[in-house]
Design a protein around this ligand. Structure first.
Ligand code: AMP
Length: 202
């Protein structure tokens, strides 16, 4: 019998921890879609959709989009066929309310998370990377004041979600300082220790 490939993963870390880049690499390695709520919201803003109109000002200020809206967007995305046997969520859940929403959604499908990757990066390093990204990409929410707001929200609202997942024994703390390949290899090794299998195609 061939084992069914499945990996339901979260990647969590402060802004500037490299979670977007690593998320894509890890998702590729395990053959699941990388789903970034930040990317989905930015695409909605760029397309001028109703959702985009609702979230533009919130994103520019670096505040959180309301849970009800965010969780509905994620539930819709996870209901698409490519996420049936796994996914890697980047940037969601971002607070305890969203943890409860995701639990309810997954429980309704008889599923659960396999692992939560915590990318650990010192504060000064994240700020340095964000400032560099601001210069390179000119993201509207990468100004100094907005960066400070987003990091404060991370510490206040997002860091506590890790305690919940730690209580479930599914958090892998990964040192997020090093080359891209070194960090990807650390994450893959940790996930393989949990018995998750890399996709044959990767
Ligand atoms: P990110 O690229 O993950 O830093 O997300 C960019 C922005 O999108 C955030 O600063 C929030 O305004 C919004 N956003 C992304 N994910 C979430 C989420 N899970 N809950 C609420 N707002 C979010």
């Amino acid at each position: 019998m061939t084992a069914v490939q499945s990996a339901r993963l979260l990647i969590v870390g402060p802004q500037g921890s490299g979670k977007g880049t690593q998320g894509i690499r890890i998702a590729d390695a395990f053959g699941v879609p990388a789903i970034s709520t930040g990317d989905m919201f930015r695409a909605a803003v760029a397309s001028g959709s109703d959702l985009g109109t609702q979230v533009t000002a919130i994103i520019q200020a670096g505040d959180l989009v309301p849970d009800e809206l965010t969780s509905a967007v994620v539930a819709d995305r996870l209901s698409q066929p490519d996420a049936a046997s796994g996914f890697l969520l980047d940037g969601y859940p971002r607070n305890l309310g969203q943890v409860a929403d995701l639990d309810a959604f997954l429980t309704g499908r008889g599923e659960e998370l396999d692992a939560v990757i915590e990318l650990v990066v010192p504060r000064e390093e994240s700020i340095e990377r964000l400032t560099q990204r601001a210069a390179e990409q000119g993201r509207a929410d990468d100004t100094e004041q907005v960066i400070a707001n987003r990091l404060a929200i991370y510490e206040r609202e997002t860091a506590p979600i890790l305690d919940v997942y730690r209580g479930r024994g599914i958090v892998d703390e990964i040192d997020g300082v090093g080359t891209l390949d070194e960090i990807t290899d650390r994450v893959i090794a940790a996930l393989e220790r949990r018995g998750l299998m890399r996709s044959a195609a990767a």
